[in-house]
Design a binder for this molecule. Structure first.
Ligand code: FMN
Length: 158
């Protein structure tokens, strides 16, 4: 069996719950992708053009992450979770993926959203990350999707 890690960024806790259910479902380790500077409610107000989230998006900014995954080399499959922002992955996910050597790793994306599907998120990430990235799956889940639903999706990847 392949060794799996679930790495998740969650600004308001919805994706984090799905991530912990997924880690339980497939017996994977869990890593929280946390920004060095946490997002306040104001930072996430996308209706304000000057909000941090919009500045990061428009400026294509990297978002520094606190902490690092020990023994990243030991994992075969990395499930990367996040909320959909602007029909794609938040910049912090680009920063995260650029921070590790992904050669030989399988990457599976999962997300929650306010309604959008995961759409072209994988293609957009491929274009933003230099070097090899093998994205093998991408799925949006609902906040209430249970362990069984998550296992059904994730097990064939292991
Ligand atoms: C800056 C920002 C941009 C967002 N863009 C989208 C979007 O394009 N489509 C969508 O359906 N939801 C969008 N959302 C809503 C989130 O994807 C949704 O609330 C998600 O479940 C939050 O997950 P979290 O609690 O793990 O952060 C956006 C939220 C924020 C803060």
């Amino acid at each position: 069996m392949k060794k799996a890690l679930v790495a998740c960024f969650s600004a308001s806790g919805v994706t984090a719950k799905v991530a912990s259910r997924l880690a339980n479902a497939v017996d994977a380790d869990l890593f929280e992708i946390s920004p060095v500077q946490p997002y306040s409610e104001k930072d996430l107000k996308w209706t304000n053009p000057l909000a941090r989230c919009n500045k990061e998006k428009i400026g294509k900014k990297d978002v520094p992450i606190s902490g690092r995954i020990e023994n990243f080399d030991g994992y075969d499959v990395i499930f990367v979770g996040f909320p959909i922002w602007y029909y794609g992955a938040p910049n912090i996910i680009v920063t995260f993926l650029k921070s590790y050597d992904l050669a030989g790793k399988k990457i599976a994306l999962f997300a929650t959203s306010g309604g959008s599907d995961i759409g072209k998120t994988a293609d957009k990430l491929r274009a933003q990350i230099p070097g090899e990235i093998d994205i093998v799956a991408a799925k949006r889940f609902l906040p209430d999707d249970n362990e069984e639903a998550l296992r059904q999706w994730a097990s064939p990847l292991l």
